[in-house]
Design a protein around this ligand. Sequence first.
Ligand code: RFL
Length: 394
Amino acid sequence: ARFPVVVVGAGPAGLTVGNILRAASVDCLVLETGTREFIEQRPRAGVIEEWAVRGLEKRGLARNLLDRAELHTACEFRFDGERYRFPYGELTGSHHFVYPQPLLVTDLVREYADVRGGEIRFGVRDVRLHDLDSDRPSVSYVCPDTGERQVVRADFVAGCDGARGVTRASLPPDRVRIARHDYGIGWLALLAEAPPSTDCVLFGCHARGFAGQMPRSPEVTRYYLQCPPGDDPENWPHERVWAELRERLGASGAPPLTEGRLIEKRVLDMHDYVVEPLVHGRLYLAGDAAHLVAPIAAKGMNLALHDAFLLGDALVDRLTRGEDGGLAGYARASLRRVWDYQEFSHWLSEVYHGTAAGDPFRAGTTLARLRRLFTSPAAAAAFAEQYLGTAARY
Ligand code: RFL
């Protein structure tokens, strides 16, 4: 078999690339290790920036999202026992959309496979990339039904297989630089079967550690609790989780937290990485395969969509009109936003975690950084721009 493009991975990045290609009648094949049911239910992100929604809308991929997403125009910081609402919508005229990632993935799979007639193979095993340096690369995989290895030839391979995929590992080690940052911090990521306690995102900056609330839907709310890296989720029974959330998100005048059954409990070791170059021969990396940003500022899926818009459009230009400019500029255009978001996450990490570092000096500077957001209009405007990703140019 031969396809102009083989896309490895059916997450937000891979499915968006696939949809852009199919809209231009470019044939492609998406390979995915998970089943359709699995990827349509895997809970993860929820916050999508307005420019990313407009990018999806422009490509006919935001119908359900625009019908169903909630709009967020403010977040709330809690520190020193007080609540501080940050109305970024008023400051910028821009807002966040909250739409759970599994719903977006479901929409993208349906549109790609059922509407635009794209091919996708689920449950593939042991994916390998071959001859990336040549103009005839190929991808092989073991077929789940027959157990046989299939080979697919391609003109281009899009590596969209996330943080644990194989495409990044196919780059020759002497030709890549992986810039990595470890925060030395864990986050217990929780999903509670409960409505949000407050209608907006909450950031609790507390001496006992960070706590966050991110509304996902009227029925499900995400919470985070800072914990030691590598901590065992079993150390966090229901009572301990809710006692710690109450303590760290406590503030005068705050409504009590709405408790509910915890339906997901995982420990994330907070780290970031950026792979450079993003391109090797005919392989183009996109999304978490290329760069991971810890969920500190809810940026990961937004960056995956940004890459997918750039790469999808560039592949269409190349394959339908022979224009190479988009592919040639892909890595540079992607990485500008990536590094900007990495820097912001780094900055915000100190706001979240500085008061719990056990160092009175860091606690002092962290509180100064927090207070500045609520006393300096210039600092507030800069924060809002970065939080929403609205800078005109990267
Ligand atoms: P994905 O979504 O991981 O998709 C990759 C797909 O590739 C498949 N795969 C393979 N397929 C073929 N062959 C292989 N060898 C393969 N290996 C893996 C996988 O099964 C999967 O289907 O990557 P993509 O498309 O780059 O999208 C990235 C986003 O998913 C990620 O950045 C976000 O989830 C990050 N993130 C958040 N981002 C936001 O923008 N806003 C948020 O609010 C937000 N919250 C979060 C998050 C990530 C979290 N976790 C789990 C780390 C909250 C959490 C808890």
